[in-house]
Each structure stands twice: as C-alpha cells, then as structure tokens.
Design a binder for this molecule. Sequence first.
Ligand code: ACO
Ligand code: KIV
Ligand code: MG
Length: 560
Amino acid sequence: MKPDNISKYRPFPPVQLTDRTWPDQQITSAPIWCSVDLRDGNQALPQPMTVEEKLEFFDLLCRIGFKQIEIGFPSAADTEFNFCRRLIEENRIPEDVTIQILVQTREHLIRRSFEAIKGAKRAIVHIYNSTSPLQRRITFNDASREQIRDIAVAGAELVKELTPTVPETEIVLQYSPESFSDTELDFSVECCNAVIDIWQPTPDKKMIINLPDTVQWATPNIHADQIEWMCRHLHRRDSLDVSLHTHNDRGTGTAATELGLMAGADRVEGTLFGNGERTGNLDIVNVALNMNSHGIPTGLDFSNLADIRAVYERVTRMSVSERAPYAGELVFTAFSGSHQDAIKKGLDRREKEISGTPDLAWGVPYLTIDPEDIGRSYEAIIRINSQSGKGGVAYILDREHGFDLPKTMHPQVGKTIYDLADSQAKELDSHEIRDAFFHHFVNLCSPLQLIEYELDHLNVGEVKCHATIIYNGEEKRIEGTGNGPINSFVHALEVEGIKNFTLTDYRSHAIRVGSDSDSAAYIQLRLDDGSKTLWGCGVEPSIEMAGLKALVSAFNLLQE
Ligand SMILES: CC(=O)SCCNC(=O)CCNC(=O)[C@H](O)C(C)(C)COP(=O)(O)OP(=O)(O)OC[C@H]1O[C@@H](n2cnc3c(N)ncnc32)[C@H](O)[C@@H]1OP(=O)(O)O
Ligand SMILES: CC(C)C(=O)C(=O)O
Ligand SMILES: [Mg+2]
C-alpha cells in the first residue's frame, strides 16, 4: 500500500466484553450446515450457473449431506424463480433437505418469493436488510436507525402475514441484519429482537438469526466477541439457531467461523471451496475437515473430494487454488527432503503399528489428516525436485515401484536423483525416478557384463560357478568356487585378476509392485584401497542372477 495513503484508514474498535468466555471453549460437535453455493456463490460468478448446472450442483450438495441449502434469490430473476419451481415441481428435494430462499425486506420481492416456494414441503424464508452505519449513510441515503429498524419490522410482518398463504409448506424464518460485522451491537440486537418479537419462535419452532460477517473489517477475535455479545442479548435465545455467515476479506473466514462457534453459534453458512463475493464466503470443506481432523463427525461426506472438486470447477468455472486446504493439488505433496524423510518414517511406522489397532491415533509429521480419508492417495504425497532428499526418493521407489533400498544406499541413490532433477531444473515424476534409478544403478554392464552363468554343486556348502562375461569389450569364460553363487563368482573374478574390492553388504527381496515375478538384489562393494564404497542393484526373475547382476553393477560403479 502506498505509505502516504495509510492515513485514510481507521482501526476497528474492540468490543467491550471483558468477561468473554469463548477463548476457553472447545468445538466438540458440528453445527447445522447450510450451503449458500447456489445463492451467494452463484451471485459472485462472472458467468452464473444455468438451471441445469444448478440442478447438478444441488444434487451434489445433497449427496455430500447438506440438510439446508440456500437455492437462490427467486424474486431476483426468472432463472432463479424457475430453478426453485423445478426443484419443487419435479420433486427433486430429498425428504430430509430444507431449501432456503433469500430476499430483501421489500414487499414485492417477498410476495414473489412466496409464489416461488408454493408446494415445497419445507422452506426457510431468509429476509435481510442492511444495518451498518456505513450502509445507512451511503446506501440508504442517511436513513436513521428507526427507519432501518422499520424496514426489518415491515418485512417480518409481511412474512408473518404471507405464511398462511402456503399452508402445505412448513416455513422456517430467518433474519439477517446484513453488514452485521460493522453494525453497532446494540442496533443489531434491536433489529433482531424486533423481528424475533414479531415471529415469536419457541424451542419447538425455532427461527434462525444469521449474523453475517458481510465484509470482514476486523480480526476474528472481534467477530467472536460480537457473536458472544449477541448470544447474551438476543430475546428467546433457546428458540433461536444463531447462524454465522463469514466472508473472507481479511483471509480469515475460517478462523472467524471457528471462533464464532466457540462463542456460541449453532449454525454455519458457507460454500464449497469458499466461492462467493469478492474473496469469497466461508469454505465449508475447510471447516468441516478441520473438525474431522479433531475427531468430530460433521454429517458431511468429503471422502471423495476430487470428484466434488471436479463438479464444482466444471459448473462454476472457478478453480481451486493449488494451496487450498485439503482440496488443493499440492497440499499432500512434500518437496523438501526433511519433510519427505519425516513423512516416510511416519507412514512406515504407522503401517507397522496399525495391525490390531485399527483406531490408532493419526500421527504422521506434516500431515494433519490421512489423505486416503478424502480419497487422495499416498502416491501423490511426495514429489521430487532438487530440494528433495534421500528419504523422498527412497519413499517413491519403495511405495510406487516396490524397491526397498537398504538404508545405507539411500544417500547414494538420493543424491544421484536429485542432482538429475537439479540439472534438468524440473520436478521428476515417479516413472522418471524409476527410470533414473535403473539407468544409474540396475543391471549395469560396462566395463563388466555378465552374459550367463551355471553352478555345479560340489559338496554341501560348496559350489563351482562357470560364467561368461565381457570385460572391457572382450568375452571370457571364467570359473571359481565358493560357498554360494556370489562367493564363487567373486572368486572367478579374482582368478581372472579383475577383483579389486571387498563385498561389504548384501540384501535381496521380491519386488512388491508391478513386475511381481522379479527379484531385486543390492550389493555393496568397497574398493581395496578404501577410497570408495558403493551399492549396485540387480533385477532379474531369478534371485541368484539378481545378486550377481547387483555385484556387477556395484563393480562397474566403483570403476567410474
Ligand atoms: C451481502 C449479500 O450478498 S446480499 C444479497 C445480494 N444479492 C443480490 O442482490 C442478488 C439478487 N439481487 C438482484 O438481482 C436485485 O438487487 C433485485 C432484482 C433483487 C432488486 O433489483 P432493483 O430493485 O432493481 O435494484 P437494487 O437491488 O439495486 O435496489 C436498490 C434499492 O433497494 C434498496 N434496498 C436494498 N436492500 C433493501 C432492503 N433489504 N430493504 C429495502 N430496501 C432495500 C436500496 O436502498 C435501493 O433503494 P433506492 O433505489 O431507493 O436507492
Ligand atoms: C444476505 C447476507 C446473509 C449475506 O450474504 C451477507 O451479508 O454476506
Ligand atoms: Mg454473503
């Protein structure tokens, strides 16, 4: 921001609430959720959804588990009205779902809204008028508090009068002092209480008071103070569902909602992935999965978040940011080595500990939830670039290709792969990593190549190996004896005068992924002068041949 322009902004005044209790509260259960995707989300789209797209989105919201869905502003336009009619006339609203419609507290719009909901089994009629000093002064031309309260009262009375005109519909009433976030609290409560006094809700027939953070002017703690203050001063608190509706102007929609719940709210309005006016509405996916991550069930099913996101992106023509919590492309991806190392260790440890303890507490560094719980896979967790470490490379080779590299081989392979990523200045995908691993470590054949070998079993624990090799371009037959195939082959090389190493470690296993008939063997050799110790790998259908090829690979690497 231009420094000279700072002086035109003012701090937001704190709420006088010294005995606030919300900081000590914990969220222990889910609120009532209401999706406003089809209204607040839709009204903020450069190209609003068509009726067909809204129908598809409505079905998606029902599948996710929303029981309250604001379907639009039917009095605003024919498309909105017709959408409402189609839902009702085509019987598309599930028994346990209540539609909600929004309307300004203006007579002709309220009347039209009642026409829109005719025939619905249940509907929330949501009326609003703006209440803040800024809106009173600017939008309503210096209207007084009384004039604004009278708009709310007139709207509430008209809704009360029209309710009997739709006897087949169970009407739930909702009032929002729009721009609540910068309205004086005593005036917000005056408007709300005036409406409550007209509608006279009871604990058995509650109404909804929605307190919108229409524009976020203040920090989330102030929002929480406002909600706690309202909960203390609203009439008939036990007959109300107090509802939150945060936007995200300061990037704190989620925080404001979570603190608002701690402050006593019962209900949350928001949208999938935070679509909505300006910086958006509250992202319900975010808040609901945050709750799940603390073990709180929410009634919303995001177990296949990728499919939900795909429908959302197609019908809204918006996109989910790569860093969006839970849903973003990169949020379960660790690029840096220390993260990769910790995640691999965490997942490995969990795999070992989980048997017999299916509800073992989740505890993997850097991952707040198990990606599998929202339909994302472990394969995508770690990606490799020049910032990656040995742990990540080993993880990919293990999880995606079935190579369980010996621990002391990790630094050698990791360095080779991330040097490659660095030199190519790009991220390597899992197949490129496998290819690079094969190119640099597996079945190497220069300067030494093993063409074939046979074994004669001489005595117990003694074998003779006959092998055909090519060494420095020259084909030779060699022979040696030992206590096993590798040992006898090493002696054959010794007899030929091309052994300049000591075998220091050996490991083999069947490959778990892909070509499952193959075995992998790893051999570590140390040069006789002690200057190098390196691992090589062999991959073959026969475990014996894999071992010999691993030895040849390590030998070749020592000669570089
Ligand atoms: C924060 C939110 O998201 S609120 C929801 C906002 N969403 C929408 O408005 C989407 C749908 N709305 C629309 O399409 C249109 O606004 C309509 C069709 C509903 C109404 O259209 P119009 O009446 O032609 O225009 P518009 O909305 O600009 O009306 C402004 C007038 O209504 C008045 N007004 C606005 N809200 C209210 C209210 N709740 N009660 C009484 N008057 C109101 C304004 O003061 C203004 O009055 P003025 O003309 O005397 O200055
Ligand atoms: C209509 C109201 C609830 C609204 O969308 C807002 O204030 O943001
Ligand atoms: Mg809004």
